[in-house]
Design a protein around this ligand. Structure first.
Ligand SMILES: [Zn+2]
Length: 203
């Protein structure tokens, strides 16, 4: 676990452009350190709740965390294969489909029409099914050219570009865009080392 505070994608800013990609972004590199936000069952609960997805009544168990991480690996492998136009790994596809097959959570609204009645889920499989189906929907969609890897050298986060211009380059402007911009600004401000006068000019 790195010391850098990881960004926590919240519901407000589906920062990677899709639920399944935000799920992938729970693991990755932050300032050269490997970070995994899903490092305990309670962390999975926090993440699911942050996305508005049901948390198991008694909290996630180790098996839920294992299933979540396995789904995350599968989505990661399949998405990255498709990104390079390679055939996706069969096991990854099988894993995503197995999760997608599970019934998704039931939501009911209360009489006020503004609040939800919580429906108890015994494990995380219904919530993981929502993520798996999002992956199926996204990866089999028409515009896969908008699936990209962050242009920041040591980031590698996948995102789906939903910008009108289709020119998004960073997973997050805050995390990577500004970092790259300030690095290139510093580079421009640093004068190039002077060549000693005795050396001939390069041809
Ligand atoms: Zn990035």
């Amino acid at each position: 676990m790195g010391t850098a505070a990881p960004d926590r994608p919240g519901r407000a800013g589906l920062s990677a452009g899709s639920l399944c990609l935000d799920f992938l972004a729970t693991a990755g590199q932050r300032r050269g350190q490997s970070v995994d936000l899903l490092n305990a069952p309670a962390a999975l609960d926090d993440w699911l709740a942050g996305q508005g997805l049901p948390v198991p009544v008694a909290g996630s168990a180790a098996a839920d965390l294992g299933a979540a991480r396995a789904l995350r690996s599968a989505v990661n492998e399949v998405a990255r294969a498709l990104l390079t136009a390679a055939a996706p790994p069969g096991e990854g596809v099988r894993q995503i489909n197995a999760c997608a097959r599970t019934a998704t959570p039931v939501f009911f609204m209360r009489a006020d029409g503004r609040t939800r009645v919580p429906v108890a889920e015994s494990d995380a499989s219904a919530s993981l099914a929502v993520i798996a189906r999002d992956a199926v929907y996204l990866l089999t969609g028409e515009d896969l050219s908008r699936l990209r890897e962050c242009a920041c050298q040591d980031c590698g986060t996948l995102f789906f570009d939903r910008s009108p211009s289709g020119r998004r380059r960073w997973c997050s402007m805050q995390r990577c865009g500004e970092r790259v911009a300030s690095a290139s600004y510093r580079q421009r401000r640093t004068p190039a080392p002077r060549r000693p006068a005795s050396l001939p000019a390069p041809r």
